[in-house]
Design a protein around this ligand. Structure first.
Ligand SMILES: [Zn+2]
Length: 270
């Protein structure tokens, strides 16, 4: 639609002048989407795995949840009768309906500093999926943002399940089978070498259905993983385990709707 282009570029120039960034516009759009979808709550009672990232790391963006809100969400779920179980119990089908699990992607430091004490207070099990190169210190995030291996061992000693989130967080869509196997198998080896932990589960970086392939799914089995965690129930790649992403926009109403299944067809898209 060429006729729309001048209008679009004018809008872009105006946005730039006003200091509106692309990420800011996307975040606003995502916030609107979650609010709108929350109105279509389905009230399903089933097992559900929540996916968090950081708890009190605002620079982590839309995936950061403030500690007070995180605590409030756990309390709200308990008040509504959900029972927390390990994610693996939901992945292998042994947990019944009405069960909920907590997982964290990326290995951000506030999982240990802020989330773990709250989870311990409520006696809630949780899993953390770490990026092995990041834990080795190879990343551009600020100092102290990402957990090092000592921090990961501390979480494991508290009872957290430690899984892999790849070597360096690639989009598996662009990887062939060999490269996918390298990411999957090598990250598992590095976790074992650094901590002695046998990581049996894997969370897909970015986690959208478009971030995974049949070759990657086969490589995950070849690397010995028992579960591959993805995003939405109804859009996930076949054979993967669905999770419900929680974003920084999720106040009580949206969180309740998420528990009820309002986002089972929705994928976080940036
Ligand atoms: Zn990630």
């Amino acid at each position: 639609m060429p006729s729309a282009l001048p209008l679009l570029s004018t809008a872009k120039r105006t946005a730039r002048r006003a200091g509106i960034t692309r990420a800011g516009v996307a975040a606003a759009r995502m916030c609107c989407e979650r609010n709108a979808l929350a109105l279509r709550e389905k009230h399903r009672v089933r097992a559900r795995i929540l996916c968090y990232h950081s708890v009190g790391t605002p620079e982590w963006g839309i995936n950061d949840v403030a500690p007070a809100r995180f605590e409030r969400q756990l309390r709200l779920a308990l008040e509504e009768g959900w029972r927390f179980v390990p994610a693996t119990a939901i992945a292998d089908g042994s947990a019944g309906p009405g069960t909920l699990a907590v997982t964290f992607d990326d290995g951000v430091s506030t999982v240990l500093a802020k989330a773990a004490p709250i989870l311990r207070e409520f006696d809630i099990p949780f899993a953390v999926f770490v990026v092995s190169e990041w834990a080795d210190g190879h990343h551009d995030f600020g100092e102290g943002t990402i957990l090092d291996w000592r921090g990961i061992e501390t979480l494991a000693a508290m009872g957290a399940e430690i899984g892999s989130h790849s070597l360096d967080h690639p989009n598996f869509r662009g990887l062939n089978g060999d490269a996918a196997l390298e990411q999957l198998a090598r990250s598992r080896e590095v976790i074992a070498a650094r901590t002695g932990i046998d990581a049996r589960t894997f969370a897909i970086p970015f986690g959208q259905s478009g971030n995974w392939t049949e070759a990657a799914q086969q490589a995950a089995h070849a690397a010995g993983y028992t579960a591959v965690y993805a995003q939405a129930e109804e859009t996930r790649f076949p054979g993967t385990v669905p999770r419900t992403f929680v974003t920084r926009f999720d106040g009580d109403r949206i969180f309740r709707a998420a528990l009820g299944g309002a986002f089972d067809r929705w994928e976080e898209w940036f």
